[in-house]
Structure formats: structure tokens, C-alpha cells
Design a binder for this molecule. Structure first.
Ligand code: GAP
Length: 457
């Protein structure tokens, strides 16, 4: 379990400059969050790590950046306009609104999953199990109705039904509608995947738990196209690949688990789905969804657009719609899991507590901090070393307060190495390199620090 609870983490991240309340000086906008100087670096590093492993350095996959606003017919075909909704229920007494399935999941600590139950089954479960309104304690609910989660707006100057467009609720459909374009221009043969990172928007009924469930978030999605009949092998491949990635970015292995969807929970078009869940302070929650989606999406777009989306298999000259395996994860949920995993507090023999963010160097906002021991004697040399290191990796410079305090500050923001500049640097070009986790120090030549840190990345 993490050494910090949710409220503690929110306060810590604000204090250190990672994440602030959105629109704070106007009283905030509920459930919106802004990423400060350290948060934006951490977020970018997570996305870069995903892009490297899933796209840039991956022999199977290529990338895409599709538009957020798309033709309304995309969402008709994908089923989002018809059925991308959650079961909404109101408390008649205090008028609080809830997702009925989430009320059940919270009450049963995740043992009963509401997904897959009808509105009537959900209501009956609430009443039979006396699940009371979490706000006022009454057991007096309205009937359940479905609430569509898509944000609607208008394109252009006229606001009528013809100009209606939606903010995308997932990046995946931008990939499906470009399947032919990408396959033709990249000349990829099956199996191959298309990866995309971008913002998605959902008018969630109950956003919450900080950045876990928000109305604006970023997704990292891969649609992996393969020959029908091979999809379960690839499903298993990506299931393991995703788990390995989570360990690579520093998420505690013992806080992760797979949760396979049983028959009742599986979407009608899926023949296998797993969530990788993380043990958040409020319990296990979905971090990464991996679904074998058959040819459902390509088939829906082919039928609705009347465009042939079939693949011509050069091995046997047959034509078919590829099957798809989709690993889909939210950037913010990954960031939150990394932070809960990395946060640590240590007490030394004198009873002093040190906060350490044990971030993996690959995601840490700064890889190294350059610290002159005495400002007036060593700052000039330190600044030129800082400029040199900055060409290779993101580097911090700090010459305020005593060296002990500066080490603590870098420990708390997760900088894996501190390089101290002192008299010996001036005399013989050596620096002291301090390791964040062990606090051990070693002398190195100024220029040797660069390959030493690059190797850790
Ligand atoms: N294309 C498939 C898809 O979008 P999903 O399970 O709805 O599937 C995938 O979403 C992932 O996106 C989730 O596992 C989660 O990490 C993230 N996600 C979904 N809704 C979110 C929200 N409201 N806030 C933050 N992250 C969210």
C-alpha cells in the first residue's frame, strides 16, 4: 500500500508544483486539474515512454494523430451516439446524482460489478441490499435512466442539428476511420498496430478521486489489427506487454493485478477483455483496459460509410476485415499510479524524516540537479556544467539554502541524481554524484556524468 493517502498526495503535489486545481483564482472548476512545471514533465515523460515502446521502437506499430472533432456519422457508426451512456439515478430526498453501478461497486468494495446489469437489475440490487444515498442516507431513488456521456457543441456560426459535433470520448475511432489510409501509405502487412495519444472528453456523472476520473483526460491507445483466428494469441501478447510496461515506468508490481471480464461483463462484440488494476488507496481500480474486439469497429464503419475497409492478404489473396486487439490506458491514471508507487518517507537515526519520490529516471521530471556547494565560490562553474548537461537531459540548477536542504528538495521531487560542485571541481574537474535512493556519494569526472546518467535512462 502507498505511504500516503489521497488528500496527502493532492496537497503534496500542489506544494511541489506538480498539479494545481484548474481555474483556481476563480474558485476552481470542479474536477479540472492543471499540470505545473514538474507535472507537465512527468506527464510528457510517461507519454514519451509509451510512444517509444508502443510506436517508435516497435517493429509492428506506427503512429497517428487524428482530429478531436470528427464527422457526427463516426459516432453514429461506432454506437456512441446510441449507447455511450451510464445508468443515472437521483436521490429523491437530497437530489444528489449517482452512477447506479458505481454505488453498487463502492458498497460491495468491487465484489459486485454493475457493468452488464440492466437498469431494473441495478435498481433492484440497490433496494434489496439497502444501499442508501451516500449524501443524505435516504433509500428513496428515482428510476434509472441512461445518460449519454458525450460533450456536444456546434461547428460554425449556425447552431442547429446539422452543425452538431462531439468532442471525442476516445481516440480509438480516429484510428479505425484511418485504417485504410494508414495501411495503404505505410504498406504494413498484418499483423500491425496504429498507436495514438490524445485528449478525450466524457461528461462523467461522478468524476472524482482527483485525476482518476475526470471529464477531460488523455488516452494512449493502440489498435492492433490481425488475422481472424490469431486474435487471442495477440491478446495474450499485449496483456503481458502492458504489464511489463507498467513495471518499467515504476509501478509497484505487488499493487497490480489482472481482472478478466467474465461472460456477463464482456461486451457482446468482445471475445476476451482484461483490466489491469492498481491498488489505489480507495481500492483496486481500472488502470488499463485490454480488449479483443473482433472486427466490430471496422465492420460498423464499413457498413455505415459504405466504404470497403477489407484487407487484401498478400499471402493467400483473400479479403477480410482484420480483427482488433486494443490496449487502452489513461495518461493521468498511469501518472497517479506511478506517484502512489513512488512516494516514500524515511526516518533516519536522528528522527528526521525525508520524503523521497522514488521515480524511475525514465519518467523523473529532472534527471539530475547541479548544486554549487558555496554559491559565491562555485556558482559560475556550476552554471556552465548545468548548461552542458541540459543539452543531454532535463537538468535542474539550485544555489539557494544549504546543501542538505537542496538535497531534500530534489529527493521530494524525484530527481535521481544530484551533482555537487566544490573546490575539487575547480582544481581537478571532479564532481560529487549523490544517488537519491541510497544517498551514497561518489566522485566522478564532470564529463563522465553524462554517459553514467544516459545509461540509467
Ligand atoms: N477505446 C476504449 C476505451 O476508451 P475505456 O475503458 O472507456 O476504453 C480506456 O477507457 C482507459 O482510459 C481506462 O482504462 C482509463 O485508464 C482511461 N479513462 C477512461 N475514462 C476516464 C476518465 N473519465 N478519466 C480518466 N481516465 C479515464
Amino acid at each position: 500500500m502507498s505511504k500516503i493517502n489521497l488528500d496527502g498526495l493532492v496537497a503534496f503535489l500542489k506544494e511541489q508544483g506538480f498539479i494545481f486545481q484548474g481555474s483556481e483564482i476563480y474558485g476552481g472548476l470542479a474536477n479540472s486539474w492543471d499540470y505545473g512545471p514538474l507535472g507537465v514533465e512527468l506527464k510528457r515523460n510517461i507519454k514519451e515512454a509509451w510512444w517509444d515502446k508502443f510506436v517508435r521502437n516497435n517493429k509492428y506499430n506506427v503512429g497517428l494523430d487524428s482530429a478531436i472533432l470528427m464527422n457526427k456519422e463516426v459516432w453514429v457508426a461506432s454506437g456512441h451516439i446510441g449507447s455511450f451512456s451510464d445508468p443515472l439515478i437521483d436521490c429523491k430526498k437530497c437530489h444528489s446524482r449517482f452512477r447506479a453501478d458505481k454505488l453498487i461497486e463502492d458498497f460491495t468494495h468491487g465484489k459486485v460489478v454493475g457493468d452488464g446489469m440492466s437498469n431494473e437489475e441495478l435498481k433492484e440490487f440497490l433496494v434489496t441490499n439497502q444501499i442508501k444515498c451516500p449524501t443524505c442516507g435516504a433509500l428513496d431513488y428515482t428510476d434509472i435512466r441512461q445518460f449519454n456521456l458525450m460533450f456536444k457543441t456546434h461547428m460554425g456560426v449556425i447552431e442547429d442539428s446539422k452543425t452538431e459535433v462531439y468532442l471525442r470520448p476516445e481516440t480509438a475511432q480516429g484510428i479505425f476511420v484511418n485504417f485504410k489510409n494508414v495501411q495503404r501509405t505505410s504498406r504494413k502487412k498484418l499483423p500491425f498496430g496504429i498507436g495514438q495519444i490524445g485528449k478525450s472528453f466524457r461528461n462523467e456523472i461522478t468524476p472524482g478521486n482527483f485525476i482518476f476520473r475526470t471529464r477531460e483526460f488523455e488516452q494512449m491507445e493502440l489498435e492492433f489489427f490481425c488475422k481472424p483466428g490469431t486474435e487471442l494469441e495477440w491478446f495474450s501478447y499485449w496483456r503481458t506487454f502492458c504489464m511489463d510496461f507498467l513495471k518499467y515506468v515504476g509501478i509497484n508490481e505487488e499493487e497490480l493485478r489482472y481482472r478478466d471480464h467474465d461472460k456477463k461483463e464482456l461486451s457482446f462484440y468482445s471475445n476476451a477483455t482484461t483490466d489491469i488494476e492498481f491498488n489505489f488507496p480507495w481500492g483496486f481500480g481500472e488502470l488499463w483496459g485490454i480488449a479483443s474486439r473482433t472486427n466490430y469497429d471496422l465492420n460498423a464503419h464499413q457498413n455505415h460509410s459504405k466504404q470497403n475497409l477489407e484487407y487484401l492478404d498478400p499471402d493467400d489473396n483473400t479479403r477480410y476485415l482484420p480483427y482488433v486487439v486494443e490496449p487502452s490506458v489513461g495518461v493521468e491514471r498511469m501518472l497517479l499510479s506511478i506517484l502512489f508507487s513512488a512516494y516514500d518517507e524515511e526516518t533516519d537515526e536522528n528522527g528526521n524524516t525525508r520524503v523521497v519520490l522514488r521515480l524511475k529516471p525514465v519518467v523523473a521530471p529532472y534527471k539530475v540537479a547541479v548544486l554549487p556547494l558555496i554559491k559565491k565560490n562555485h556558482a559560475d562553474r556550476a552554471k556552465s556544467i548545468y548548461e552542458n548537461y541540459s543539452k543531454y537531459f532535463s537538468t535542474a540548477y539550485d544555489d539557494s539554502a544549504n546543501i542538505g536542504k537542496r538535497y531534500r528538495r530534489q529527493d521530494a521531487i524525484g530527481t535521481p541524481f544530484c551533482v555537487t560542485i566544490d573546490d575539487e571541481t575547480i582544481q581537478n574537474s571532479t564532481v560529487t554524484v549523490r544517488d537519491r535512493d541510497t544517498m551514497k556519494q561518489k566522485k566522478m569526472l564532470i564529463e563522465d556524468v553524462i554517459p553514467y546518467i544516459l545509461e540509467k535512462l
